[in-house]
Design a protein around this ligand. Structure first.
Ligand code: ADP
Ligand code: MG
Length: 311
């Protein structure tokens, strides 16, 4: 059996309503296990509860109910060990403007009780590309540099599990690539990675397994490849000599004219074959110049599971 890096059972969080607002059930009973050594993606629309879950793991938000074990340590029974096992790069940039990167890393290491002899401050500065800014005041750092510093801070105590909450939202391509190459390297060294991202393509490329969370509940959890393979939809793209006048399609086949001039016909593999679709186009007198197919991607999975239910 694989060791679980994270085991969450029956996790609930209700935020008290502020200024007369109704209380908010941000997590409604989440069960989730994340295997050690994986890169695990936590996806979901805005307001789904991703940050709440991550902040509970980080010890920044108190849960209302449920059990959280990090690296085998129950958060309530062994708070110190469970906290030591995890490092979190938060979504917001909240940073003391008077610290230098070196100072911020040293203070963070101190908070985690890392003895001076075991600190890896220079190594971390090197890794996040801030060695030459080690003594610069944080307020003089760009947004991208601050994000990298947040990653560095999450690593000072060499945690088993690294959690990144939307690390690439709104960052430029260069920084994104740097973050991902660091994440891959850390994972190869054995670190378990949990990340949330809005970029589904990125999740598809990076993550071994994915959980999709919506309205405070995990609605699906699977290997990334299985998740994409699970979708029944398939699209055929036709380049035709002329637009079709009288296309008779089997029920439930969706038709769409793409801007590229291609006719896209999407069908369910469980209901129709590609032959049915080709036959319908031919029967309408279509002269097919070219045909290609499109398999569903994570975005389709995501939309089919969460469509129209943001918040
Ligand atoms: P996500 O990270 O998936 O966008 P969040 O965990 O930030 O979602 O939020 C989940 C829900 O909880 C949202 O409806 C949000 O408005 C609400 N929420 C988050 N933080 C607080 C808070 N401190 N007080 C009250 N409600 C909150
Ligand atoms: Mg969030």
């Amino acid at each position: 059996m694989t060791q679980q890096a994270i085991e969450i059972t029956g996790l609930r969080k209700t935020y008290a309503g502020q200024k007369g607002a109704a209380p908010k059930d941000a997590l409604k009973g989440v069960d989730l296990s994340i295997p050690a050594g994986s890169i695990f993606g936590l996806l979901g629309p805005n307001g789904a509860g991703k940050s709440t879950l991550i902040n509970i793991l980080a010890g920044l938000v108190t849960k209302t109910d449920g059990q959280v074990r990090i690296w085998g340590f129950d958060q309530d029974i062994n708070p110190r060990q469970s906290r030591a096992a995890i490092g979190v790069m938060p979504q917001e940039l909240n940073m003391d403007p008077f610290f230098t990167p070196r100072g911020a890393l040293e203070v963070q290491a101190g908070l985690y009780g890392v003895p001076k002899s075991q600190r890896r401050t220079d190594q971390i500065l090197e890794m996040i590309g801030l060695a030459d800014k080690a003594e610069a005041y944080a307020r003089t750092l760009s947004g991208g540099m601050r994000r990298r510093l947040l990653l560095g801070k999450a690593l000072v105590h060499a945690p088993h599990v690294l959690v990144l909450d939307e690390p690439t939202a709104g960052v430029d391509i260069e920084l994104r690539q740097m973050l991902w190459s660091n994440v891959r390297k850390l994972n190869e060294q054995g670190m378990t990675i949990i990340l949330t991202t809005h970029y589904l393509e990125e999740a598809e490329q990076m993550c071994d397994e994915i959980a999709i969370i919506n309205h405070g509940q995990v609605i699906v959890r699977d290997k990334t490849s299985a998740l994409v393979g699970r979708l029944d939809a398939k699209t055929l793209l036709f380049r035709l000599e002329q637009p079709l006048q009288n296309l008779q399609l089997p029920p439930q086949v969706r038709q769409e004219q793409r801007e590229s001039g291609l006719l896209a016909l999407t069908y369910r593999r469980s209901m129709n074959t590609a032959g049915d679709i080709l036959g319908a186009v031919s029967a309408a007198g279509g002269v097919i110049l070219d045909v290609t197919s499109e398999d569903p991607d994570l975005e389709d999975v995501f939309l089919s599971l969460t469509s129209g239910t943001a918040g």
